[in-house]
Write a protein that binds this ligand. Structure first.
Ligand code: PMT
Length: 413
């Protein structure tokens, strides 16, 4: 990948930190073009960025200095990555709304490169539902977001909203160019993603299960579905036909993915057994209850006495059953959610369930496992390969896991 970057600067006081970012990038051999919004030029002069980047700085869509090109398209087509730092609430809102009314937002609409936003704003602006919904929408489309840090803000408030330090942004960029993090272009016209799963039928489970006690109560767990949905989206983007069997989750199904909604482990088992014969790969990311109440009370249970004993019975082990039925040409990938002895317990599950790969996460670790947008996992294969991935966004991790599985599956079984 060519080390070409567009740094977008929108109008916040953190714009001064982006001067350091550009300097770090240029020193490390990146070719940098800077695009500034008119408000950004009130904080830092374009001349400062021009000096640091040793390139022309773009501030005006209509300033066409080179008659041989249309400048906003020329800039949009130039980079392997766009980084917007700082990304103000206004700029994020414009991109989420498809508005292109100055040079930076126009470039962002026209580019097919992956884009990383580094938001910076007052804490109350950051927590406003408009900003939060815009961020969610941008994430869903595939934009990368480097969350703001907490601390004393330039406006005098203390809280979340401070732009990440240039060194941290620089590290993310280095990780991206060295393939340690994955960011895809939100624009479908991008040539970025290989269609290396075209023709594959992939069955994925995600989310929790709910095991009913009575019409109003159930036993469940903290799974949000984010890991399984990220895998479903990534596999679909790479050309696979994806069927997602999901326990209750608030997430929207990724576009082009067929979602089948279930509640209990038994319902999930029935749907997996139904579709497993057609699948080339089965990825079990769901957090399936191991036990369910023995009796389902058809009426709401009444409060009686001091204590209540619940009798639980085992649910079917879906992945184990899939392992028992596994065809030679099928690839089975399980997860292991552990709180101790991560590798040893994961290896045990790999063997016991007859899997090709297992993805182990320590769910007590900060930022890993249940409900977070990030995860830290260890991938083990039945042939003895072992790969420890750093803590990263589940959306990026999903692609890197698919890369490894594609690499590993071609070899002799
Ligand atoms: O959904 P998120 O909030 O993003 O969280 C992600 C996650 C933590 C749920 C995910 O990364 C994960 O670890 N999923 C597996 C959770 C789990 O149930 O792990 P386990 O170690 O208990 O089970 C091992 C494997 O057997 C899993 O692939 C599981 O799907 C499968 N299993 C377990 C029990 C059962 N009855 N049937 C199964 O198929």
């Amino acid at each position: 990948m060519e080390k070409k970057i567009v740094v977008g600067v929108s109008g916040g006081i953190a714009a001064y930190k982006s001067v350091t970012l550009v300097s770090l990038l240029v020193k490390r051999g990146y070719e940098v073009r800077v695009v500034m919004t008119p408000s950004a030029t009130k904080f830092v002069s374009p001349l400062t960025f021009q000096t640091m980047s040793r390139n022309r700085v773009y501030t005006d869509t209509f300033s066409e200095e080179d008659p041989g090109v249309v400048s906003h398209i020329d800039v949009a087509d130039f980079p392997s990555l766009v980084v917007v730092a700082p990304a103000t609430a206004n700029l994020l809102g414009k991109v989420a709304g498809g508005i292109a009314d100055e040079m930076l937002s126009t470039v962002l609409l026209a580019t097919t490169a992956p884009v990383l936003f580094v938001p910076a704003m007052n804490v109350h602006m950051y927590t406003h539902p408009a900003v939060q919904e815009n961020l969610q929408r941008l994430r869903r489309w595939g934009y990368g977001i480097l969350e703001p840090a907490e601390g004393l803000l330039a406006c005098g408030y203390t809280g979340k909203g401070r732009m990440e330090e240039p060194e941290r942004i620089f590290q993310f960029i280095e990780d991206f160019f060295q393939g340690r993090v994955f960011l895809k272009s939100p624009n479908p016209a991008s040539r970025g993603l290989p269609q290396d799963l075209a023709g594959k039928r992939i069955l994925i489970t995600a989310g929790p299960t709910q095991e009913a006690l009575d019409p109003v109560r159930y036993l469940t767990n903290r799974s949000s579905g984010k890991m399984g949905y990220a895998l479903a989206r990534a596999a679909r983007e790479r050309g696979a036909e994806v069927r997602l069997i999901s326990g209750p989750s608030t997430l929207l199904p990724p576009s082009g993915v067929e979602r089948i909604s279930v509640r209990s482990a038994e319902e999930m088992y029935a749907q997996v057994m139904r579709y497993l014969p057609e699948a080339d790969w089965f990825i079990a990311a769901a957090a399936v209850a191991d036990y369910r109440p023995k009796v389902f009370e058809t009426q709401k249970m009444k409060k009686k006495g001091e204590s209540l004993l619940l009798e639980l019975v085992p649910t079917p082990d879906i992945l184990k059953a899939a392992g028992e039925r596994k065809r030679k040409d099928q690839i089975l990938i399980g997860f292991a959610a552990e709180t101790e002895h991560l590798e040893a317990y994961a290896r045990e599950k790999l063997l016991k369930k007859n899997l090709d790969f297992i993805i182990a996460n320590n769910v007590t670790e900060e930022g890993a496992g249940f409900d977070s947008d990030t995860n830290h996992v260890l991938l083990l294969s039945k042939r003895g390969e072992r790969k420890d991935f750093p803590l990263m966004e589940k959306t990026s991790l999903a692609h890197l896991l698919l890369d490894e599985i594609i690499k590993g599956q071609g070899e002799p079984k």
